[in-house]
Write a protein that binds this ligand. Structure first.
Ligand SMILES: Nc1ncnc2c1ncn2[C@@H]1O[C@H](COP(=O)(O)OP(=O)(O)OP(=O)(O)O)[C@@H](O)[C@H]1O
Length: 287
């Protein structure tokens, strides 16, 4: 179980500098205590209210779980946070700035990304090619760098840096040895590793993971979790939607429970496990 939340911010920041991912991890911004703040978020589809005043914060450097029964509004909340959907009301604040209604690429540029399933057309490309395509919107990238003729060296330098980083991330996720493999030939777990590797290439501070362990065998699940914990120790912040309750309870230091589109309660796994309201919301399911 994590203890990062209890550490002073300087300690977390120091870990970032010493991180296994070297220079590229040094971009993690650990200066904000609560990088993600969601306030009164609302979204309806016709007559169905999917998100109904959801309000919560995610603490820096934590692995926070977002749980709730089927239809509670978890996916819609993720979509509202990451700009895939526009809210009817409410605000999303990231690193102290209002990002409500911004486009997904703008939000990714700010350092918040979600993992995506590898699209079918990308299955016909190799792992390496998938990685090279990933960071379409590099943070800090200035357009003039790529269009001014006198600055071609800069572009080449950027490409070299990208390739170096690609190998660094592939190494980190132990998938460098399958760099030339077609993504379509990967196992479910290897695909999940690639999805996370692609997300990490965009140099985020915060990752939103939607069911990252679905269809992953126990060995790779363990490996994937180790990577997540390692990154969290380096200062990355995670918000995780996952149906496997044991996995949430054993790995998250903070759990937020959504029910009928709003936050029913939140707390440590132990607090959530013994909460009567949560048990009721799950209609007697095992929590
Ligand atoms: N595009 C849409 N059009 C109409 N209704 C939608 C749409 N997206 C979500 N809903 C409805 O909004 C509610 C919340 O759905 P959402 O997928 O966000 O819940 P969830 O907690 O992620 O569910 P699950 O755990 O089953 O994935 C559900 O009643 C769902 O049917």
């Amino acid at each position: 179980m994590s203890d990062a939340a209890d550490q002073p911010a300087e300690d977390v920041a120091r870990k970032v500098d010493e991180g296994a991912l070297g220079a590229f991890a040094s971009g993690v911004d650990t200066s904000v205590d609560y990088p993600l703040q969601v306030e009164g978020l609302e979204k309806s589809f016709g007559g169905i209210t999917a998100v109904d005043g959801a309000t919560f914060e995610v603490e820096s450097g934590t692995l926070t779980g977002l749980i709730g029964p089927n239809g509670a509004g978890k996916s819609t909340t993720f979509n509202l946070i990451t700009g895939m959907l526009k809210p009817d009301a409410g605000t999303v604040t990231f690193n102290g700035e209002d990002i409500t209604g911004e486009e997904p690429h703008q939000i990714a540029n700010r350092g918040m990304v979600r993992t995506f399933q590898i699209a079918r057309e990308l299955s016909e490309m190799t792992v390496l090619e998938n990685m090279m395509l990933a960071p379409k919107h590099q943070r800090g990238e200035a357009l003039w760098r790529s269009v001014m003729p006198g600055l071609r060296d800069d572009v080449r330098e950027q490409e070299e840096e990208l390739l170096e980083r690609v190998w660094e991330v592939l190494d980190f996720f132990d998938i460098a040895h399958i760099a030339e493999e077609y993504a379509g030939n990967l196992s479910g777990g290897q695909r999940k590793l690639l999805e996370m590797a692609r997300a990490l290439l965009t140099d985020p501070d915060m990752l939103l993971l939607d069911e990252p362990f679905a269809g992953v065998n126990p060995t790779l699940e363990k490996k994937l979790l180790e990577h997540v914990h390692e990154l969290r120790e380096q200062g990355y912040t995670f918000l995780l939607v996952e149906h496997d309750m044991d996995l949430i309870m054993n790995n998250c230091e903070h759990v937020i429970v959504l029910h009928q589109g709003s936050v029913l309660t939140e707390g440590t796994p132990d607090e959530i496990r013994s909460n009567e309201e949560v048990i009721k919301a799950y209609l007697g399911g095992n929590v």
